[in-house]
Design a protein around this ligand. Structure first.
Ligand SMILES: [Zn+2]
Ligand SMILES: [Zn+2]
Length: 94
C-alpha cells in the first residue's frame, strides 16, 4: 500500500527547487504556513512521490490544477513551461 502523503523531505526538495514560489502564478510563498505540492501525474495513477512529478503551487492555483483536464497545457499557458517532460525552473537564493 502506497501512502498518499508526500514525505516531508521530498516536499522540501520540491519547494526549494521551485524557488519557494507557486510554479503557475509566481506567488512568493515564503513566510506562508503551507505550501501545496501537487502531483503532475495523479498519485492515484503513479502511486509514487517522484520529485520530477511534483510541483509547488499556491492554494489558489492548486484548486485550479485539479480542475484542469490537461495540466501540462495549463502550466504552459502562462509563466511555466516543460522541456522534455521535465520541469524547467530557476532557483533564486537571494
Ligand atoms: Zn499560484
Ligand atoms: Zn494536487
Amino acid at each position: 500500500m502506497s501512502n498518499r502523503m508526500i514525505p516531508s523531505n521530498i516536499r522540501q526538495k520540491v519547494i526549494i527547487r521551485d524557488g519557494i514560489k507557486c510554479r503557475k502564478c509566481g506567488f512568493d510563498l515564503l513566510g506562508y504556513y503551507s505550501f501545496d505540492v501537487h502531483h503532475i501525474i495523479p498519485f492515484a495513477t503513479c502511486q509514487e512521490h517522484k520529485i520530477d512529478n511534483l510541483i509547488t503551487l499556491c492554494k489558489f492555483c492548486h484548486k485550479h490544477a485539479h480542475n484542469e483536464p490537461d495540466l501540462n497545457k495549463w502550466l504552459n499557458s502562462d509563466l511555466f513551461f516543460l522541456f522534455n517532460n521535465h520541469l524547467v525552473f530557476s532557483i533564486n537564493f537571494n
